[in-house]
Design a protein around this ligand. Structure first.
Ligand SMILES: O=C(O)[C@H](O)[C@@H](O)[C@H](O)[C@H](O)COP(=O)(O)O
Length: 260
């Protein structure tokens, strides 16, 4: 079954208004971001495992990895039931320092917390277009007979330009809504060749969690959470799922005061 352009029901993507309630958690520092992220993962993973015998999580690169290295080892969860896929991935060899899977494997498999076969990794030997198609087929094995994958949670980062996954401002990937995984050839954030989940998959997740820290994100956090600017991270609008922003005070420093 190939998730080619014609395969998916056309997913109307309306972003003219913010449709989901979002939970904005502002905590003191990145340490508390890590704690809050861990607390959510503990609840979501145990609920998923109790309900379906497995926990499907999409992970991102960047600073999220260091957050997870600090919080995952403290979780009380059955890691053998975790299935980890990538919200986006760079199409480079796994031993390249830019490989997100390679970084996760070093961080979590060398320590024995997770096993390599718990990760749904890309085939890095394919060109970026074939890697995207192939990745969709790999995801289809995790979500058999599903029109769209429904992850229990996607763990998202956000760049200072408001990108998330490998969906960048003014980039054609933003409009791709009839495949599960899109190819990105000219990412403004190196390396250039990536695959990324598309919004139909992202917005079909039961939970989307942004975990951000640092003053470098303050401007774009304001543009998104106060001004509602339609940057890629703002277009994360889970249709039936929950949207959570975990921000430290530095990242939230330009936000208007919010009622708790
Ligand atoms: O592999 C990637 O590049 C990421 O998936 C990317 O989307 C990342 O989440 C943001 O660029 C934020 O990165 P930082 O958290 O390091 O700022």
């Amino acid at each position: 079954m190939s998730h080619s352009l014609s395969k998916l029901p056309h997913h109307e993507v309306h972003f003219d208004r913010i449709m989901v309630a979002e939970d904005v958690q502002i905590v003191a520092s990145d340490q508390e971001v890590i704690q809050a992220l861990g607390a959510l993962l503990q609840v979501i993973s145990n609920d998923a495992i109790a309900a379906r015998g497995k926990f499907t999580v999409g992970v991102s690169g960047g600073s999220l990895i260091s957050f997870l290295t600090k919080c995952l080892p403290k979780l009380n969860t059955d890691f053998t039931k975790w299935v980890l896929a990538f919200c986006d991935e760079r199409v480079v060899p796994f031993d390249d320092c830019e490989s997100t899977y390679g970084t996760y494997r070093k961080a979590f498999c060398d320590s024995g917390l997770l096993k390599p076969d718990q990760f749904i990794a890309i085939d890095p030997n394919l060109n970026v277009h074939d890697a995207a198609k192939d990745y969709a087929e790999r995801l289809a094995k995790v979500f058999p007979s599903a029109d769209l994958p429904s992850f229990d949670v996607l763990l998202l980062g956000m760049g200072p330009d408001g990108h998330t996954c490998s969906l960048f401002p003014d980039h054609p990937g933003l409009k791709i809504d009839d495949v599960w995984v899109a190819a990105v050839e000219n990412s403004p954030k190196p390396p250039p060749n990536r695959v990324t989940l598309t919004y139909p998959v992202i917005n079909n997740s039961a939970n989307c969690i942004f975990a951000l820290s640092g003053a470098g994100k303050a401007d774009v956090v304001k543009r998104i959470l106060d001004d509602g600017e339609k940057l890629p991270s703002r277009l994360v609008q889970p249709t039936n799922g929950k949207l959570v922003w975990i921000l430290d005070e530095a990242a939230a420093s330009k936000l208007k005061p919010r009622s708790s």
